[in-house]
Design a protein around this ligand. Structure first.
Ligand code: SAM
Length: 305
């Protein structure tokens, strides 16, 4: 199952079976900065870039919509989509694409991912967040592991807490006050599910687009591969852990530097990553090879023209 596929995602999505995927995360070009929309400069990428830009926002929305329609078709009935965007097109995407295809009743969250990257303005408040729209395919049943400690919850047990189970099978953390001997207990059920505004995950790239390759403020980030729109693993990890289970199939149709496939692989999900850029697929392949060992599930790389 695990595969990287090179080609235009529209054709590839059409070739995938209906109701076959559990979770889709997509981080499409944002209809934003023309300077870094073309990242690798491949023929496929340039063609798609020109195509999207030729008719303005309406054209962009039509371009994305036909792809999201296919994503809806291939999602299982318990599946979910997480669409990552920002202020450039978020309003259009929610109203003209997601509400239309998935239905307003299947809106689950608008996750606000707040980061503090470099680049400041004095003309208005600084725009320092992205929007991630989560829709389930079905309004009745979807996967949500919101109780994963520290991931879906805002609370993480500290090292000196003991994990225990009471006589009713309920899990708790306990700690003894050294001075008084008093025992404190926190039931996992009571750990507060995280809010939809995520401020605890830093961005990989802390620079504005025009100085991205000259001056990196965040070079120490181990996962950084020098790809301007690369998303942090921690962000994708939270989404995958909370909205899928081990063995589920995760798809990223705009894979870029391969963050989703790398994280899905570590978390023992099956995965499919698609990108039309040769460089993006190569980088994603290398990233996976680096982290895999003898016991990892093998994967294939396919061409699709
Ligand atoms: C914003 S980047 C994704 C970044 C990624 N989330 C990461 O963490 O590295 C968008 C990617 O979509 C790809 N792309 C754009 N149009 C596409 C299309 N029609 N089919 C497949 N890939 C496409 C681009 O080549 C680019 O790599």
């Amino acid at each position: 199952m695990n595969k990287l596929i090179l080609g235009d995602n529209l054709e590839i999505l059409k070739s995938l079976a209906a109701e076959s995927v559990d979770l889709i995360y997509l981080d499409p070009p944002f209809f934003s900065n023309r300077n870094y929309e073309v990242i690798w400069g491949d023929t496929g990428e340039i063609r798609s870039f020109q195509d999207r830009w030729s008719g303005g926002i309406e054209h962009y929305i039509a371009w994305l919509k036909e792809r999201v329609e296919e994503m809806y078709r291939i999602l299982k009935s318990t599946g979910s989509i997480f669409l990552h965007c920002d202020w450039h097109a978020n309003a259009y995407i929610r109203v003209f694409i997601l509400d239309k295809i998935f239905g307003e009743q299947n809106f689950r969250n608008e996750i606000i991912w707040v980061y503090d990257t470099a680049g400041r303005t004095k003309k208005n408040f600084n725009r320092k967040h992205d929007n991630i729209f989560w829709y389930s395919k079905n309004g009745k049943k979807w996967t949500f592991n919101g109780n994963i400690e520290g991931v879906g919850t805002e609370r993480k047990a500290s090292n000196h807490m003991r994990l225990g189970t009471d006589k009713n099978g309920k899990k708790f953390y306990e700690k003894t006050d050294k001075n008084t001997g008093k025992i404190y207990r926190w039931y996992l059920d009571n750990f507060k599910i995280r809010n939809d505004c995520w401020e605890d995950i830093t961005a990989i790239n802390s620079e504005p687009a025009d100085i991205i390759f000259l001056n990196s403020l965040n070079r120490e980030a181990k996962e950084r591969i020098g790809y301007p729109t690369q998303k942090p693993e921690k962000l994708i990890e939270r989404i995958i852990l909370c909205a899928s289970n081990e063995g589920d199939i995760v798809l990223d149709p705009f894979l870029g530097g391969g963050t989703t496939t790398a994280v899905a692989d570590k978390l023992k999900r099956s995965w499919i990553g698609i990108d039309q850029s040769v460089q993006a697929i190569k980088v994603s392949e290398l990233r996976l090879q680096k982290q895999q060992d003898l016991f990892s599930t093998p994967f294939t790389v396919q061409l699709h023209w």
